[in-house]
Structures are given as structure tokens and as C-alpha cells.
Design a protein around this ligand. Structure first.
Ligand code: GAP
Length: 442
């Protein structure tokens, strides 16, 4: 694991972004828990995506489908057959298993032992519904959220009186029994997806594919990812997902190498035609103007919440040697600053009394904290020197720090310090909410 990645993982644990699932029992197979700061940041990512996809667009509506669905959905979608399986080999000596396409040699990378012939390994997570655990009760945790959208295509079309082209957006959990999970939350067994399915006329599919590809790259760069750390890879036939006629993987340059954070797929009529066949329902679209009846093509944008989260963290993480803090002791130390976009930062404002052994200062600071709490995600901190507290806030990406000093008691004001410019200005408490809104919302 590269050092940069180790530092980010350690920050995540130390500061309450991400913990290993069931850690007191030694952890549980590549599942992760988002801590108090992690859940704020994750919610921010989802909020920005939801706003981008539903509020800013005229033709996209939302959905929140169940995780558990009829197992017939997964037969129709191709996920229970060869389409959604990895080829696995096992070492005859140490019995470790590996993905065949990730191996460079025909020998075990761990012990050099002989490998078995490859075997298909399906990634769907099986479970049982109801009191009897037999084959009739088997179903699966969804492996992609979009199937809930396809099986509701008719419902949305009719209830919302939609006309093509239009989209349906959804955020939710997905599960895959990954054989080689790893790189922290990059490849997990339980993760969240933000997916938008755009239904259109087959003749317009290519045009919309290019449009959505650009939009999704722009979304990431607008939130702080540098252009040079993103690339879009066109996946050739034979390597694409089983449902895709065209596929572009949007990759981010993580400390451990390039990795996919979002996929843009032209799924053609794969899903609707298969669901029509398996369910016996007519899922074709009837265009009243042209009198044409056809299966719409689907352009999908499919992002992982966790992978974008990790990309934003990696991009924002900076170590600055000296220069930021002027006090002699701190100036020699490496300061960690999370230069995360203000829309994504878990904490927007920190309220800090200059010292904590002066009850009047503490009282005033707590009043300011209570005043701001309903409006912004805030933290109150009185422990340690003011320099240390600024640095603790910088490390978690807090945008603004407010310090209440002795002058504040006389003037009813405070000092506002900006994370990025380090500029300090005095603000009257009566103007505080208005000014913070301006600074945080623009
Ligand atoms: N509906 C299409 C679909 O699911 P995918 O390329 O298999 O396509 C889309 O997955 C996105 O979901 C990926 O780009 C990634 O961000 C996220 N994702 C997939 N598997 C994941 C895993 N095991 N852990 C974390 N995120 C994952």
C-alpha cells in the first residue's frame, strides 16, 4: 500500500471518517462503516449528485427501489449467468484464490504453487426470504441499483406522464461478493451507487452517450478533481460488461494507480427487452407523434459513492511543510490540510474560544455555536492551543474557523479565518449568519 494511501487511511480512522466494519471482532470482509465525519461527507456527495441529476435537469425524476427483488429480475438481467462472474483459480498448495485476469504468471503469486484450472465464480450475494431456507426462498442482494429502475420503467412512465427522452436517478446500496476486494473502500463487498438511467430513441443513443460522458467528467472536476487525474477509457468489445454495447470507464489516478470511479454505458435494449421477455409484460414505448413502438435504449451513468469519496479525499489531502502557521514550533512541522470543496466538507464552521479557562469566553463561544448549529454543520472545540485547534480543523477540511477572544466580549464580534487563504477578518456576530451563507454557498 503506497505511503500516501496509508496516511489517508490513518486519517480516516483517527478523525472519524471511516472505520472497518466489526473492528472489535477483527473486521469483516471488506465492509466499512462511515464515522461521524464520513457520513457528513458522504451525504454531501449524494446531495450534490442528486441536485445535479434531478433538480438541475428538467427530464430526470428520482426513485428509491427496494434492495431485495424477485430473483427473476437477476435471471432476466443476466447477472445469474456467465455475464456476472469472475474466472477464479486456486493455488493447490496454499489454497488462496485469485482472479485469473489479474495474474501475470501461471503460478501462485503468494507461494509459487501450482494453480487449478479457472472456475467461474458468480458475484451475486445470495440470501433467503421467509422462514424456510430452501431453493424456493432464495433471492439476492442487488448487485447494481439500476435493475430497480428498469422494472419500474412502466410505473414511472405512466405515473409521471413522461415522454422520451427522460431519465430516472437513484442512489442506494449494492452488494457484490468480490473475490479480490481491496485498496480500502475502493473495492468493497457492500457499497453505494449513484445511477442515472436515460431512456431514449435508439437513433439518439450515441449523441446522449457523449453528452453524459462529458457531464460526468465535468461533475468531478467542478468538485475539485484535477483534469490530469481523470481519464475516460473506451472499453473495446469483448471486455465490456455483458449488457453494454458501448462502455467508457471514468478513472481517477489514486495513489495506488488508475481506478474506475464511474462507468458510462450504452445498454441498448438489453434490459427492457429481457425484462419484457421474462415477465411477459409489454415494456415497449409508444410514441404518439410518430406512431412508432420500440424498446428505448438506455444510457446509464453509474458512479460509486465510496469511490468518488475516496477520490475527493485523495485529491484534497495535502501536506504543507512550514509557512502556514507562523508560531515557531508549528512552523517546523508538516501540516495536513484537506482542501476539499466547500460543498463536500463534512464540517463547514468551527467555533473556538481563544482559551478555555475564561468562563465568559466559553459562554460566548457556546452561544455562537448554538446560533449557527441549525444553519451549518459546526464543531465546537476548546481543547489545546488555538494553533493546534486550527490545525485539527484544517486536517478535516473545515472551511471556516471562528475565534472568540476578549475583544469579542466588548465588541460583540469574532475573528473569521479561512482554511485556504488563512486570511483573518473581524465579523460582527449580528451579521454572522448572512456572511457565512455568502461564503459557504457561493
Ligand atoms: N449499473 C452498472 C454498474 O453497476 P459497474 O461498472 O459494475 O456498473 C459502477 O459499477 C460503479 O459502481 C463503479 O464505477 C464503481 O464506482 C462502483 N463499484 C462497483 N463495484 C464496486 C465495489 N466492489 N466497491 C465499490 N464500488 C464499486
Amino acid at each position: 500500500m503506497p505511503i500516501q494511501m496509508q496516511k489517508i487511511i490513518s486519517l480516516c480512522k483517527r478523525r472519524g471518517f471511516i472505520f472497518q466494519s466489526s473492528e472489535i471482532y477483527g473486521g469483516f470482509g471488506s465492509c466499512y462503516d462511515f464515522g461521524p465525519l464520513g457520513v457528513e461527507m458522504k451525504n454531501n456527495i449524494k446531495k450534490v449528485w442528486w441536485a445535479e441529476m434531478t433538480k438541475k435537469q428538467e427530464d430526470i425524476v428520482g426513485l428509491d427501489a427496494a434492495i431485495l427483488m424477485s430473483p427473476r429480475v437477476w435471471q432476466a438481467s443476466g447477472h445469474l449467468t456467465a455475464g456476472f462472474a469472475d474466472e477464479l483459480v486456486e493455488c493447490k498448495k496454499c489454497h488462496k484464490r485469485f482472479k485469473k485476469d489479474e495474474l501475470e504468471k501461471n503460478q501462485c503469486p503468494e507461494c509459487g504453487g501450482e494453480l487449478t484450472k479457472p472456475r467461474k465464480f458468480n458475484l451475486m450475494m445470495k440470501t433467503f426470504v421467509g422462514p424456510i431456507e430452501d431453493e424456493a426462498a432464495v433471492t439476492y442482494l442487488r448487485a447494481e441499483t439500476c435493475q430497480g429502475i428498469y422494472v419500474n420503467f412502466e410505473n414511472v412512465l405512466n405515473s409521471m406522464r413522461q415522454k422520451l427522452p427522460f431519465g430516472i436517478a437513484q442512489i442506494g446500496k449494492a452488494f457484490r461478493n468480490e473475490i479480490t476486494p481491496g485498496n480500502f473502500i475502493f473495492r468493497a463487498r457492500e457499497f453505494e451507487q449513484m445511477e442515472m438511467q436515460w431512456f431514449c430513441h435508439p437513433k439518439e443513443a450515441n449523441k446522449f452517450f457523449d453528452y453524459w460522458k462529458k457531464e460526468r467528467i465535468k461533475w468531478h472536476t467542478n468538485l475539485g478533481i484535477k483534469k490530469e487525474n481523470l481519464r475516460a477509457i473506451e472499453i473495446p468489445a469483448g471486455k465490456r460488461a455483458h449488457y453494454a454495447q458501448r462502455q467508457v470507464d471514468i478513472e481517477y489516478h489514486f495513489p495506488f494507480g488508475w481506478g474506475e470511479i464511474e462507468g458510462v454505458h450504452n445498454r441498448g435494449d438489453w434490459d427492457l427487452s429481457n425484462h419484457a421477455k421474462h415477465s411477459g409484460q409489454d415494456l415497449k414505448y409508444y410514441d404518439e407523434t410518430t406512431k412508432e413502438k420500440y424498446f428505448p435504449y438506455i444510457i446509464e451513468t453509474s458512479g460509486g459513492v465510496g469511490r468518488s469519496f475516496l477520490a475527493f479525499l485523495c485529491e484534497a489531502y495535502q501536506e504543507i511543510k512550514g509557512g502556514r502557521t507562523k508560531t515557531t514550533k508549528a512552523a517546523k512541522e508538516v501540516e495536513v490540510v484537506l482542501k476539499i470543496d466547500k460543498k463536500l466538507a463534512p464540517i463547514k464552521v468551527a467555533v473556538l474560544p481563544l482559551v478555555r479557562n475564561k468562563p465568559k469566553l466559553v459562554k460566548k463561544a457556546k452561544e455562537v455555536y448554538q446560533l449557527l448549529k441549525p444553519h451549518f454543520t459546526c464543531q465546537y472545540d476548546e481543547l489545546g492551543s488555538i494553533g493546534r485547534r486550527y490545525r485539527r480543523q484544517d486536517e478535516i477540511g473545515t472551511i471556516l474557523c471562528l475565534t472568540i477572544d476578549f475583544e469579542s466580549l466588548k465588541q460583540d464580534d469574532l475573528t473569521l479565518r479561512d482554511r485556504d487563504t488563512m486570511k483573518q477578518e473581524r465579523i460582527k456576530i449580528k451579521d454572522l449568519i448572512k456572511i457565512l451563507k455568502q461564503k459557504l454557498e457561493n
